[in-house]
Ligand binder design. Structure first.
Ligand code: AKG
Length: 275
């Protein structure tokens, strides 16, 4: 459970580091399962496995993106139900019902790990409303300024959708390149590097500006983000999304079902038969 001060900080700044949620053994087991999923040897398949930078997984610049690894592996499925993480997410949103919108591995391999350009999440999710989601980002390696930890812009979640979610990225120093005329008066863009050690978790709001630079170091940077939606989130299609093939409710209805599991309802739930 989070303190009132932590919740206040999150609501003011749009992100919050909360410390350790997994021990070393749990991290190690998840890393082994991640390797199996990438090798195509998991129990079943994720929704998507690709190089976010384009090309195959042997390309010069690689960010291995896996969407819904929970569908492929039971340990990752259990992680989405982790009661510590889920309770904190409900505290931050202010809801008693939590569902998984989807999860997402971003793995930046050593030396050739590419950047994740500055963006906001919710504009890239044009089939769900309202923009009240939070993401739990759990490090599977120490994520530092050397190997491509995330950068956040405080208060940016309060500035509304920015140009379709693409904030712009300056190539020379990996800083955001927004249209400053769209910012509220007296606001400024401050960049906060967020180092998160393995097994630790950081939350961010779905409108917070964030990005992560390349990984030129000799250490990998593996992490998973679980994108949690409050129980009142509706399916409102005004664009496309990779998860849309899994939606079986009508426009305007609450988004739930087999592929959008309820992981918390006034208390912890456990993985079971899909809804
Ligand atoms: O893992 C990263 O560096 C980026 C993750 C991200 O964009 C997200 O969790 O929304």
């Amino acid at each position: 459970m989070l303190s009132d001060a932590q919740i206040k900080t999150f609501r003011e700044r749009g992100f919050l580091k909360v410390g350790r949620v997994l021990d070393d053994d749990q991290v190690e087991r998840l890393r082994e399962r991640l390797d199996l999923v990438i090798a195509g040897q998991s129990q079943s398949n994720p929704e998507l496995l690709r190089n976010l930078k384009g090309g195959d997984l042997d390309a010069e610049q690689v960010v291995i993106q896996i969407v819904n690894i929970w569908e492929a592996d039971d340990l990752f499925q259990a992680l989405t139900y982790n009661p510590t993480i889920c309770e904190m997410a409900t505290d931050l949103i202010g809801t008693d019902t939590l569902r998984v919108w989807h999860d997402q591995i971003q793995y930046k391999p050593s030396r050739k790990g590419g950047s994740t350009d500055w963006h906001q999440d919710h504009p890239y999710w044009p089939i769900i409303q309202p923009a009240d989601l939070v993401s739990a980002w759990v490090a599977l390696d120490d994520a530092t300024t050397e190997n491509g930890c995330m950068r956040m812009v405080p208060r940016s979640h309060l500035w509304g959708p920015h140009k379709g979610g693409t904030v712009g990225t300056k190539a020379d120093d990996f800083s955001p390149d927004p249209d400053l005329s769209l910012l509220p008066p007296n606001e400024s863009v401050e960049i906060v590097p967020c180092e998160v050690m393995k097994g630790e978790c950081m939350f961010h709001h779905c409108l917070t500006w964030h990005g992560s630079p390349p990984n030129p170091s000799d250490k990998p940077r593996r992490a998973i983000a679980i994108h949690y939606m409050p129980g009142y989130t509706r399916y409102e299609p005004v664009g496309g999304h990779v998860m849309e093939v899994r939606v079986d409710v009508k426009p305007g209805e609450i988004l739930k079902g087999e592929y959008f599991p309820t992981v918390w309802e006034k208390g912890p739930l456990t993985p079971g038969v899909r809804e």
